[in-house]
Design a protein around this ligand. Structure first.
Ligand SMILES: Cc1ncc(COP(=O)(O)O)c(C=O)c1O
Length: 350
């Protein structure tokens, strides 16, 4: 007999990318930043790691809310901080979707959406992307309590236009969540849609472009009533003291993030060109990773395994539609050059 609810007993939990226990790997599998956070951010966290840790944090992380509001030109009441954007996704599934209601999203995408839906016993409407990864027409329907678009999408790195998102916001009857975890590596963002549509929730994170996935910090921007509703279902002190300080300092040093994002974009162009030269098909990426269909003497799984043997980790998904490709996070220039060298060597025998 199980102690768990039947739906939890049946489901498998979210599978994160491998975090190798041995040192010495070039990690290009979990979309982390290859660059450290700015020294000023580390200094601020160190300074906050003192006696005040005996006190609970501000439940609404107001210092951070205000800084986010100033940085992006929105009202603080329209901002809610979370323990990573995963925490905000949990609040959305818990507070807006819930048991028996529908959550819709295009696939393939970030697999946590499906995990959270299973936990909530929500009904899932998964609509396959067309080959060009534009928004599938099957999403433009009423009935879903929440429709979620990762933009840029993972694992493809592709992006849909704001015009398409605006049309979708008008077509759906529930909220439209635009998960912008990777948007700082893209040419545009959808923040302005919050002003235009009462049902749009934009999610952002400090994990990728700000090099702070270890601190767990994200935020949502939406109309005040949506933010108030989400706040009702959040954990009481969901953002810790050190994360609040890190977030404020990161935004005060936003130029460092922008410079790192620019480096990643340059390295991304270099990797794309090198993979295309090997004959691989690379989807146009607006993210800090790219997805490529493997061509040549080895299958995608074999390339993944061979790279791992050579101490380079990339992400392989053993799923239909993805199992002939690899998702590669954009590392530092040196890491990507090392990867390219290994791949060229593997292709030599052709
Ligand atoms: C599309 C997408 N959204 C959200 C997240 C989670 O980000 P966070 O670290 O802020 O929880 C990820 C992380 O991999 C992601 O790929």
């Amino acid at each position: 007999m199980s102690y768990f609810r039947p739906n939890i007993e049946k489901m498998s939990g979210y599978t994160p990318g491998e975090q190798p226990q041995e040192a010495g790997f070039i990690k290009l599998n979990t979309n982390e930043s290859p660059y450290p956070p700015p020294a000023a951010v580390v200094k601020a966290v160190r300074a906050a790691a003192g006696a005040d840790l005996r006190l609970y944090p501000d439940p609404m992380a107001n210092a951070l809310r205000r800084t986010i509001a100033e940085t992006f030109g929105v009202k603080p009441e329209r901002v809610l901080a979370g323990n990573g954007s995963d925490d905000l996704l949990t609040m959305i599934l818990r507070g807006i979707v819930g048991p028996g209601r529908i959550v819709a999203y295009p696939v393939p995408t970030y697999s946590l959406y499906s995990t959270l839906a299973k936990i909530e016993k929500a009904r899932v409407r998964e609509v396959p992307f067309p080959d060009d990864f534009t928004l599938p027409v099957g999403l433009f329907r009423r009935g879903a309590a929440a429709t979620i678009i990762a933009n840029p999408n993972s694992p493809t790195g592709t992006m849909v236009s704001n015009a398409a998102l605006s049309r979708l916001a008008r077509a759906v009857s529930g909220v439209l969540v635009v998960d912008e975890a990777y948007v700082d590596f893209a040419d545009r963002d959808a923040m302005s849609l919050v002003e235009k549509h009462p049902n749009v929730i934009v999610l952002r994170t400090f994990s990728k472009s700000f090099s702070l996935c270890g601190i767990r910090l994200g935020y949502a921007v939406a109309r005040e009533d949506v933010i108030e509703g989400l706040a009702k279902v959040k954990d009481s002190y969901n953002v810790n003291r050190l994360a609040i300080v890190a977030g404020v300092a990161a935004l005060e040093n936003i130029a460092a993030m922008r410079a790192n994002a620019e480096k990643i974009r340059r390295t991304r162009a270099r990797l794309t060109a090198a993979l295309e030269k090997l004959g691989w098909f690379v989807y146009p990426s607006q993210s800090n990773f790219l997805f490529a269909r493997v061509k040549g003497p080895l299958t995608a799984r074999q390339v993944y395994e061979e790279l791992k043997r050579r101490k380079i980790l990339v992400r392989y998904f053993a799923a239909p539609g993805l199992d002939d490709g690899l998702r590669i996070s954009i590392g530092s220039e040196g890491e990507i050059l090392a990867l390219i060298e290994q791949l060229r060597e593997m292709h030599k025998g052709e």
